[in-house]
Ligand binder design. Structure first.
Ligand code: RIB
Ligand code: CA
Length: 325
């Protein structure tokens, strides 16, 4: 029996795939997006925060409060950003094609998250699409609100190789201490969507062309992918965009979309080349709480469903016209 839309908070570092993921959430009827928060990550927070509000404007969702989150990791400086993939503006050098950013909330990300949790009448899903710094700060500063979190769904980690100069996947490598805190949290169920699955969820020109054809707002979103596609082609020999973050949103919207396996996880927080490495502990007696790690899905069906939902973007009644700064 469905129990209605899921109260949701999305913490994100837009970021091209974050933009697709945010629009997916905002256009999914199962998602009751109560707040969105911007963290440092792909690019600095000075870019991710206005980008977050540009994306809300594109989707005509100024009703959703947007707050600024962490500007840097908990302990050590961020080792690597991703302008080659997301552009120095964070939106594939296409930020100017978006409507002007709407207003930001005066509260900090943690304050807004805490207020949403306090007022929610049902458990809230927190979706983490970037470094987990804001989530770690929330857990640490508002322990009394933890029982009001239904689930954390995070994109991050890898059981195989990473995608940074070190061994780690980008979101975890950006703040390993925060990731370790969130992933070993005993009393909040966590679903983690790692590279092992997301790297199988790449889309090519025909998929993006279909999105572009759905209307001007869809075309603005699809246009952010050009730089990423070019970088991916140079790195992997394939013209494609990996929709990492959208997988986490679709799982949050429709629980069970992804097939998970429970592992207890740790994160290497040392300063060597292993920093940010996700370490599964498969021993039955392992300490800590198991994390549901999403390792499989019907990829074709998932990518079709994501496209179907994204193409509704131009059906919004009064979205701000793209390109108006
Ligand atoms: O490793 C992929 C993750 O890092 C995605 O969330 C992408 O947006 C970047 O933040
Ligand atoms: Ca991201």
């Amino acid at each position: 029996m469905t129990s209605g839309p899921i109260p949701m908070i999305i913490d994100t570092d837009p970021g091209v795939d974050d933009a697709f993921a945010l629009v997916l959430a905002l256009r999914s009827p199962e998602c009751d997006v109560r707040a969105v928060t911007a963290t440092f990550g792909n690019v600095g927070r000075e870019q991710t925060f206005p980008n977050l509000r540009r994306i809300l404007a594109l989707a005509d969702r100024a009703d959703v409060p947007a707050a600024a989150g962490a500007v840097r990791p908990l302990v050590h400086p961020q080792a690597e950003t991703a302008p080659d993939w997301h552009g120095v503006d964070g939106l594939g050098l296409r930020a100017d094609a978006f409507p002007a950013p709407g207003p930001g909330d005066a509260r900090s990300a943690v304050e807004l998250m805490a207020d949403v949790l306090t007022s929610a009448e049902a458990p809230v899903t927190i979706v983490c699409l970037g470094p987990m710094t804001d989530a770690a700060l929330l857990l640490g500063s508002h322990p009394a609100l933890i029982p009001r979190i239904g689930r954390i769904v995070a994109m991050g980690g890898s059981l195989g190789s990473g995608n940074t100069r070190g061994a780690g996947e980008f979101n975890i490598y950006a703040d390993p201490e925060a990731a370790h805190r969130v992933l070993t949290q005993a009393d909040v169920p966590v679903t983690l969507v790692p590279l092992d699955l997301t790297m199988r969820c790449a889309v090519e020109g025909t998929w993006l062309d279909e999105l572009t054809a759905a209307g001007p707002r869809c075309a603005t979103l699809a246009g952010t992918a050009a730089l990423y596609r070019s970088t991916f082609l140079g790195r992997y020999g394939r013209d494609a965009l990996v929709l990492h973050d959208t997988l986490a949103v679709l799982e949050a919207a429709v629980p069970g979309t992804l097939r998970t396996t429970a592992f207890r996880l740790g994160v290497a927080c040392t300063m060597g080349p292993e920093r940010g490495l996700m370490v599964p502990d498969r021993r039955p007696e392992a300490p800590g709480a198991p994390v549901e790690v999403a390792l499989d899905a019907d990829v074709d069906a998932v990518l079709t469903e994501i496209l179907r939902r994204l193409t509704t973007l131009d059906r919004v009644a009064h979205a701000a016209q793209p390109g108006h700064r």
